[in-house]
Design a binder for this molecule. Structure first.
Ligand code: MN
Length: 258
């Protein structure tokens, strides 16, 4: 039954045919949606967000994520971003993540990506290309970051080669030469969270760390290696320090230690 013959059909139903015939990405015509009707074309645009999550899983890496069309496009950068334009940092493209993941910091207890996540940087980003989807397809995405630690102009370029069933998943993350470039090691200079000012050990030592429940089956392997052992030991020390403080038992502990 065509919508116009239905009694009481709402505006949405009535406009179905209108919308069906139009591509609102390429026409300036109003969509007819109540919410968008009053929006001026020059209205201030809210910039999409970006974040970098320092992630200690089976290997330490930095997950670089750009908000685009309702998801977070994601790359895992083993060495982390560099402010030095001479550095080309390998960035392996990973699966899109949900938007709310961008605020996550805490412990992933098991399964894929098990380990600790530090929200290392966040802010907004602005493409320096007309069409982000096309830039990604071409493998050359230029953009500006406005984060706490990362700012200015950057580029992600896909490397040549093909992985099974599609274009290469490996990209390079490179800083463009501008006022925000430099040769300090930003991952070493500013290792802590922009959300909590904590690093791995403090997050692990927290009484109730935030836990991200992964609903995907395991497969990525749990966190391991020497770095993880060191962080667990450090976290244990932090917890011990906290528990013993109110009791003021330093002399007794000194005794136990011989
Ligand atoms: Mn990760």
């Amino acid at each position: 039954m065509p919508p116009q013959t239905r009694r009481g059909a709402n505006a949405r139903d009535k406009l179905r045919e209108y919308r069906r015939k139009r591509d609102f990405a390429s026409t300036p015509e109003p969509t007819g949606g109540a919410r968008t009707r009053t929006v001026k074309r020059k209205a201030k645009v809210k910039l999409p967000t970006f974040c970098v999550q320092k992630h200690l899983a089976s290997h330490l890496h930095y997950d670089f994520r750009l908000e685009h069309k309702g998801v977070l496009l994601s790359w895992a950068v083993p060495k982390g971003p560099s402010l030095n334009p001479k550095d080309k940092r390998l960035a392996m493209q990973t699966e899109d993540h949900p938007l709310d993941y961008g605020e996550f910091e805490g412990v992933i207890p098991e399964g894929y990506g098990a380990g600790i996540v530090v929200l290392w940087d966040r802010g907004t980003w602005e493409p320096e290309v007309d069409d982000v989807d096309r830039a990604i397809e071409k493998g050359d995405l230029k953009f500006k970051l406005n984060g706490v630690k990362l700012k200015g102009s950057w580029v992600l370029v896909r490397t040549r080669g093909y992985s099974t069933g599609g274009p290469s998943r490996s990209w390079l993350l490179i800083k463009h030469r501008d006022d925000w470039a430099g040769d300090v090691d930003v991952t070493e200079l500013a290792p802590r969270s922009v959300k909590s000012n904590r690093d791995f050990a403090e997050i692990l030592a927290a009484d109730e760390p935030e836990v991200w429940e992964s609903h995907r089956p395991g497969g990525g392997g749990g966190a391991g290696g020497k770095l993880m052992q060191e962080i667990i030991a450090e976290a244990a020390k932090l917890r011990m320090g906290r528990q013993s403080k109110p009791r003021k038992r330093a002399p007794a502990r000194a005794k136990i230690r011989k």
